[in-house]
Ligand binder design. Structure first.
Ligand code: ZN
Length: 140
């Protein structure tokens, strides 16, 4: 699949973002790298909390950082996760809540990349990971 952005660069940014994770409980670190329509990359790590329900995923950290800086259109997000200090052994797919948040801001052709390394990744459309999703058009 030919993509109009540097997938490997985005994956490397997601792998790097794992270092920003705050995971004193699970020690499972996830990094996300979000590419905006303006060509910027916002990184995020998962942020755990002693009250587990208050935990925030890496994908939403990156998206909320970008949205709070007035970015609204995104082209792609790369995600990588694994045990702290170890390379990912599996693809870390976004959870349901993160897929829903992506739906709110995903531009046309938005891609979700799950990666184990800079050369080992899978690319999906949001429709593949969130078919029949609920969006703003549903409440107009
Ligand atoms: Zn999530």
């Amino acid at each position: 699949m030919k993509l109009e952005f540097d997938t490997e660069k985005l994956v490397k940014a997601a792998l790097e973002a794992r270092q920003m994770a705050y995971t004193p409980y699970s020690h499972y670190t996830v990094g996300a790298a979000l590419l905006t329509a303006e060509g910027e990359i916002f990184q995020g790590g998962n942020i755990e909390n002693a009250s587990y329900g208050a935990t925030n995923c890496a994908e939403r950290t990156a998206i909320f950082k970008a949205v709070s800086e007035s970015r609204r259109r995104f082209l792609a997000i790369a995600v990588a996760g694994g045990m702290e200090g170890q390379e990912p052994v599996d693809y870390a797919y976004p959870c349901g809540i993160c897929r829903q948040v992506m739906k709110e801001f995903a531009g046309e052709g938005f891609r979700i990349i799950v990666a184990k390394s800079a050369s080992d990744y899978q690319v999906y459309t949001l429709e593949e990971l969130l078919p029949h999703g609920f969006g703003g058009e549903s409440i107009q």
